[in-house]
Design a binder for this molecule. Structure first.
Ligand code: OXD
Ligand code: MN
Length: 584
């Protein structure tokens, strides 16, 4: 091993000694290694083989029933100064967190193999990518990391070249919820996660590295690490424009990233290309535009609700080489979840005979893991070292009322306010109550590794460096009528909104300026061919008194961050409120 890797070797030795691991295995990411790990997990019962005729090389993992989602209340950002982490994070002093974790990790790998997993977030040859090494005692984590990141020998070679990497230490421990912590040390570029095997808590490249640690790092280096999908829209002239979109967990990012345009659009020559479904790293380019890479190499998607109407591309990629976690199975051992089709499953996610009285067959946060390359709409630009230029940024939430289908920000500063004011109903992706409206700025509430006040200032700073910034829009696919029914059909028909958005980027489509932002003019959103004509007036309604109350609530939310909130953001809020008052 070269001298550049000394720090890595020393760290591995030190962890192996402290955890009393029985063996150390350096992962090279090869197919042979993957096969060995899968065979061992089939043997131990960690994985079950699914129907090899319908789903070759697909496996089911049933997690501990108490370990099925991210645990935000056990997730900490540990910086010397608590204000650095901000009220948006749980904070613990680094020394205290280190002492706590040292106690938990002591001897925890006795009788277990310690896997060293080198990985690269982003294309291995891209200057925008960043590497990490995860030490874990979970073979399930290793096989998932192989799908979700560029893992193994190439990543190790890059680490040797870079000379630095993010250190992630993980053990499933005893899966005891009372001995479970996800600790981030942004100042040390390190992560320690104990007591959970669930994706967002255990696949450390994803939320822990690519969002919490990377957002912190991005601030010091002048870029943005965001909870966003990246999608390319090709028009009939063959021009592709890229859109990034931030939506809270389980609000349809994966579906939007893989959208298939409605028939009339397809016939006219529109195509949609998938670049990423969850995380986006945005860098100001020399041309004054914002360039994006997807740091991930796979999807860790929510299974329930994925069906032929909502996301046929996802279904097509899930019939081979996928890992399913906490889904149900049919009589003939095919994976099944609510929203897939009308078959009745045989076993639920806990492996019990399915009985609807015991709740849904698949866990509401059950997941699939699969390589992005298996997606029929996968775009090879996902491998581009320079990334893709972004024309539009969407901020979306799940809101039954208030927020219109689409709203255009007047400029970057107004767009940052729309992002900072985002709110959404909570979902099953995290433990806790579902369906409660909470503020989720830029969909980063669970993922921003530093104080939101500083984060918004950083957004404004990045915008000031862009001579051609993307246009920013707020969208809401989830508005409901008085009877609680969704008004907008969503899914592939969201293409209609994207068309308007992209036309706006070219300065073409018609817009009606209002106090809160630009709305599509009557008839500007194409509704031709929709089975049912949606009530566009209700979808685009902006009710001044409700918005004034919303602005008050946003102001109160910003106040939590006190002096760290940039003055410009406060001024922007006042400006919108004044205009709204005048208009009212
Ligand atoms: C995810 C999440 O897993 O946001 O992507 O929870
Ligand atoms: Mn996510």
């Amino acid at each position: 091993m070269s001298s550049k890797l000394t720090a890595l070797n020393e760290w591995v030795d030190q962890v192996a000694t402290h955890t009393r691991a029985s063996q150390v295995s350096w992962c090279d990411g090869s197919a042979a290694e993957n096969e060995r790990l899968i065979a061992a997990m089939l043997e131990s019962g960690d994985l079950e083989k699914l129907n090899p005729d319908t789903h070759p090389d697909c496996y089911l993992h049933r997690s501990d029933p108490d370990d099925v989602a991210r645990v935000e209340h056990l997730t900490f950002v540990c910086t010397e100064d608590p204000d650095q982490a901000g009220p948006n994070n749980n904070w613990m002093a680094p020394a205290e967190a280190h002492a706590l974790m040292k106690g938990l990790f002591a001897g925890c790998m006795e009788g277990r193999t310690l896997y060293v997993v080198p990985y690269c977030m982003g294309p291995v040859d891209s200057p925008l990518s960043r590497c990490g090494v995860e030490i874990t005692d979970s073979p399930y984590v290793v096989v998932n990391m192989r799908l979700m990141t560029r893992m193994g020998a190439d990543a190790l070679a890059r680490i040797e070249n870079d000379g630095h990497f993010v250190k992630g230490l993980h053990s499933t421990g005893e899966l005891d919820p009372d001995r479970r912590y996800i600790m981030h040390f942004p100042e040390e570029l390190s992560i320690q996660s104990f007591g959970s095997g669930y994706g967002g808590n255990a696949l450390l490249g994803k939320k822990c590295h690519a969002l919490r640690i990377a957002s912190y790092q991005a601030r010091t280096e002048g870029w943005l690490a965001e909870h966003m999908l990246i999608v390319g829209i090709e028009n009939p002239q063959g021009e592709v424009r890229y859109v990034a979109g931030a939506f809270p967990s389980a609000c349809g990012k994966t579906n939007l990233a893989m959208l298939i345009p409605p028939a009339a659009y397809r016939e006219a020559g529109w195509k949609v290309w998938t670049v990423g479904d969850d995380i986006c790293w945005l860098h100001p380019g020399e041309d004054g535009r914002l360039w994006a890479i997807n740091p991930e190499a796979g999807f860790f998607g929510v299974a329930p609700g994925t069906g032929n109407k909502t996301n046929p591309n996802a279904l097509a990629m899930l019939d081979c080489e996928a890992i399913f976690t906490n889904v149900a199975v049919t009589e003939d051992n095919q994976p099944w979840w609510e929203g897939l089709d009308d078959r009745v499953p045989a076993k639920d996610w806990r492996g019990r005979d399915f009985d609807p009285r015991q709740g849904p067959a698949a866990h509401p946060n059950s997941r699939f893991t699969v390589s992005i390359k298996r997606c029929p709409s996968y775009s090879e630009v996902a491998e581009s070292a320079s990334g893709v230029p972004i024309d539009a940024i969407l901020f979306g939430g799940r809101r039954a009322g208030l927020a219109p289908l689409v709203l255009e920000a007047r400029d970057w500063r107004h767009g940052v306010l729309l992002g900072a004011g985002m709110a959404s109903e909570t979902t099953a992706a995290a433990t806790g109550a579902v369906g409660v409206v909470r503020r989720d700025p830029m969909a980063m509430k669970p993922f921003c590794g530093y104080n939101f006040g500083d984060y918004w200032a950083h957004w404004l700073e990045v915008g000031s460096k862009l001579s051609h910034p993307p246009k920013i829009f707020q969208v809401n696919w989830f508005r409901r009528d008085a009877d609680g029914r969704f008004i907008w059909p969503g899914f592939s028909d969201n293409m209609r909104v994207l068309e308007w958005v992209l036309d706006r980027c070219l300065g073409q489509a018609q817009v009606r300026e209002t106090a809160v932002g630009g709305l599509p003019e009557d008839g500007a959103i194409n509704t031709d061919g929709l089975e049912q004509h949606p009530d566009m007036e209700a979808l685009l309604e902006v009710e001044p008194s409700a918005w004034l109350a919303e602005l008050d609530d946003i102001a109160a939310h910003l106040e939590q961050f006190g002096g760290r909130v940039p003055g410009e953001l406060r001024q922007e809020l006042d400006r919108v409120a004044t205009r709204l008052g005048e208009a009212g």
